[in-house]
Design a protein around this ligand. Structure first.
Ligand code: PMV
Length: 348
């Protein structure tokens, strides 16, 4: 009788505070700069994936929230080929293991956040898939090693292999062997740090990230300045701010880097606009809040779309979310936050 082998794992969402934007190798997803992210709480945002394989399955197949997808895209194929070749190595080293590397795989995924929320779900999706298959195949679970496979699926996915604060070191080898994620600090290191998401629009991205990056790399003059002069310095400063739990510095760098990323988008030709008027009003409000607090207590950041992610320390939640709720209670995202507007403290 043909057996079915299976294993389950989760993959969290990560939001970059120092943005990855630009590829030096499109096929291997090698970036033009290093980046940093915070992995969000899995209670609110995660993909849960079960991977199974059997000789009786017909082909590789993927289900996301019940809908069927073929696993025949170049990126998914590459990821599965890498995982299978690692399983073959494991089988060669241990002859008592069943020979399952060539069996078709069935991947069943479920997101606990609305897929329509306009949030980058591909990072959580690839991370969950890779963790589940690595468990199924009993691969050595070095997260940095697995991050190199995740990177080929979707660049930013490599950072979702870790919790807490994560750096993606760009590396400089042509084969990408040194382009991997490493943990800067785990979540426990800075437990007060919190993130809130404001869903400004759940429409599909105007310009997908891969084509947007290519346009920026080839047409923006400002981009060269960003990757050579700005990001390398910021990468060191942001890691230091995380290690020292220095919120004002971390927050200032986060906001400046979001601004810098959206500036190179605007400097692309033709220009790419990801922020809309609501995003800009959120930026203004966070700046006013920090001014009235007399110090930086909140940071905004925006990926390739208009939705805002706000970082703050828990002790300031009543001010930060209190003010945001007063002006933006109509936006999506509040349902996944534990904030009670009755606790709001609004500055004069
Ligand atoms: O990994 P991709 O191709 O989805 O690109 C992610 C790009 C940004 O979200 C804008 C920045 C980042 O570092 O996550």
């Amino acid at each position: 009788m043909s057996e079915i082998y299976y294993a389950t794992s989760t993959g969290p969402v990560n939001i970059a505070t120092l943005k990855y934007w630009g590829k030096r190798d499109k096929d291997l997803n090698l970036p033009t700069n290093s980046s940093i992210s915070v992995t969000l709480d899995q209670a609110n945002l995660r993909t849960l994936t079960t991977a199974s394989c059997s000789s009786k399955f017909d082909n590789d197949q993927l289900w996301i929230n019940g809908a069927t997808y073929p696993l025949d895209g170049a990126r998914s194929k590459q990821v599965l080929a890498d995982l299978r070749s690692l399983r073959k190595e494991v089988e060669n080293e241990n002859s008592s293991l069943p020979k399952i590397a060539t069996f078709p795989l069935h991947i069943v995924s479920e997101n606990n956040f609305p897929t329509a929320a306009g949030l980058a779900s591909s990072a959580a999706g690839f991370a969950a898939l890779i963790s589940a298959v690595a468990r199924l195949y009993k691969l050595p679970t070095d997260a940095s090693e697995l991050s190199k496979i995740a990177r080929k699926g979707s660049g930013s996915a490599c950072r979702s292999l870790f919790g807490g604060y994560v750096a993606w070191e760009m590396g400089d080898l042509a084969n990408g062997e040194d382009s991997k994620a490493v943990q800067v600090a785990d979540k426990k290191h800075w437990p007060d740090m919190k993130a809130a998401i404001l869903v400004v629009s759940d429409m599909k991205k105007d310009v997908p990230s891969t084509s947007g990056m290519q346009l920026t790399v080839h047409t923006s003059d400002l981009f060269q300045h960003r990757i050579k002069e700005v990001v390398p310095k910021r990468f060191i400063e942001m890691k230091k701010a995380i290690i020292e739990k220095d919120f004002p510095t971390f927050a200032e760098l986060t906001m400046k880097d979001s601004n810098s990323f959206h500036s190179v988008c605007l400097d692309s030709y033709p220009p790419i606009f990801y922020l809309n008027d609501t995003s800009k009003r959120i930026i203004k409000l966070i700046n006013l809040l920090n001014e009235s607090a007399g110090k930086i207590i909140a940071a905004y950041t925006f990926d390739a779309g208009p939705n805002a992610v706000i970082y703050y320390e828990e002790k300031n939640e009543k001010y930060v979310l209190g003010l945001l709720h007063q002006f933006f209670s109509h936006l999506g995202g509040w349902e996944s936050s534990s904030f009670d507007p009755k606790n709001a403290v609004i500055p004069e």
